[in-house]
Design a protein around this ligand. Structure first.
Ligand code: SF4
Ligand code: SF4
Ligand code: SF4
Length: 349
């Protein structure tokens, strides 16, 4: 088996890319970090991969917020489940999986929630040809640092990083990687956990599973920090005109209407902080705060963001979200303001 098999095997699932969801979305995380410019935009502005340039560092997989990039021979979300629970584990590309850059912050958090202790061995990063300019190592440590901020705030031990050398050579390490990946793949299937109709990235499904397992050990107070992979949304009552655009374009269905469309609900577990709702909201009524409730996340509870009271506009007779005692809808009010000159002229005539 070729030692280079893991290289050139990264696949793009175009329909999962955030740029497909909304024309104005400009996510370019994978493009920005690719050290060899193997990822770019096609003429139709879709993400494309030039496999002749790809060195297989897998960093793009770890940074994609929507799980649009995959490596078919190793699924980091399945791997996290396969590690089991309550162990002292060491992650190393030398003995049990692909480059650590394939794991995103959520995978590391999930490992920290599931196990007694987690250590990450990055001792061969310095000599690895998939770490040009130490960029891949930087991405790995950024993900672990972000996971540790979450774990510390949740009351769980941090993940350790080890740079100590051991005796395994690079060649032995790669053979070991291929062998152990095949063993893991044959061991157990977790397909039933991942609903094929689910729009959530698999890493978020695993995070929910891990939060539930650890729920009794976690701090009860909410986490008040900002993370790159999740956002807690809020909507300003006065500015929101209940147009529903944020709900329509949210790629993970984190935002939803109540059945009578008077309330907008939010499921924090489903938010991937893509920012599409912020982009599409014309009155800029939607924003984020930095507060995450772990029980809400673990049980995918929905929160009420806003509740509108409707009245019938005295001008156009269409119902509108009433903010106070006004009797005319915003559209009619704007129309009158924008055409005041014309009305004045008509009166004069
Ligand atoms: S990181 Fe993911 S969502 Fe963003 S452009 Fe790349 S493939 Fe698309
Ligand atoms: S709520 Fe907004 S930021 Fe969160 S996933 Fe939906 S569109 Fe993206
Ligand atoms: S928050 Fe913005 S996009 Fe969402 S319903 Fe209100 S006005 Fe529309």
């Amino acid at each position: 088996m070729s030692l280079l098999k893991p290289v050139n095997a990264i696949k793009i699932e175009p329909l999962s890319c955030l740029r497909i969801e909304h024309v104005s979305n400009e996510c370019s995380k994978c493009i920005d970090l690719c050290p060899t410019e193997a990822i770019g935009l096609s003429t139709s502005k879709r993400i494309s991969l030039d496999s002749t340039k790809c060195i297989g560092c897998m960093s793009c997989i770890g940074v994609c917020p929507s799980g649009a990039l995959i490596y078919p021979d190793f699924d980091p979300s399945v791997f996290v489940l396969q590690t089991g629970i309550k162990k002292d584990i060491t992650l190393s590309c030398k003995n049990n999986h692909a480059c650590l850059s394939i794991f995103n912050s959520e995978h590391f958090i999930s490992l920290g929630l599931r196990h007694n202790s987690v250590s990450c061995d990055i001792s061969i990063c310095d000599e690895c040809n998939m770490n040009p300019g130490a960029q891949t190592e930087k991405i790995i440590t950024e993900h672990i640092d972000e996971a540790n901020r979450f774990l510390q705030a949740a009351g769980k031990p941090s993940i350790a990083i080890s740079k100590e050398q051991n005796k395994l050579s690079r060649r032995e390490a790669l053979f070991s990687f291929v062998k152990d990946v095949n063993t893991l793949r044959n061991e157990e299937s977790f397909d039933e956990i991942f609903d094929t109709k689910e729009t959530l990235p698999k890493s978020r499904v695993v995070l929910q599973n891990s939060l539930k397992l650890a729920i009794e050990e976690l701090r009860e107070s909410p986490i008040k920090e900002k993370f790159s992979f999740i956002a807690h949304k809020k909507i300003d009552f006065v500015s929101c005109d209940n147009c529903g655009d944020c709900i329509q374009f949210c790629p993970t269905k984190a935002l939803l209407y109540s059945s009578d469309k008077t309330k907008i609900l939010f499921q924090p577990l489903r938010c991937i902080a893509c920012g599409i709702c912020d982009d599409v909201c014309k009155p800029k009524a939607i924003s984020s705060d930095n507060e995450l409730d772990l029980v809400t996340l673990a049980f995918n509870r929905a929160e009420l963001l806003i509740e509108h009271h409707f009245a019938v506009c005295s001008e156009c007779r269409v119902s509108f979200p009433q903010k106070g005692n006004e009797t005319v809808c915003k559209r009619c009010e704007d129309f009158v303001q924008n055409h005041s000159d014309m009305f004045a002229l008509a009166r004069d005539i």
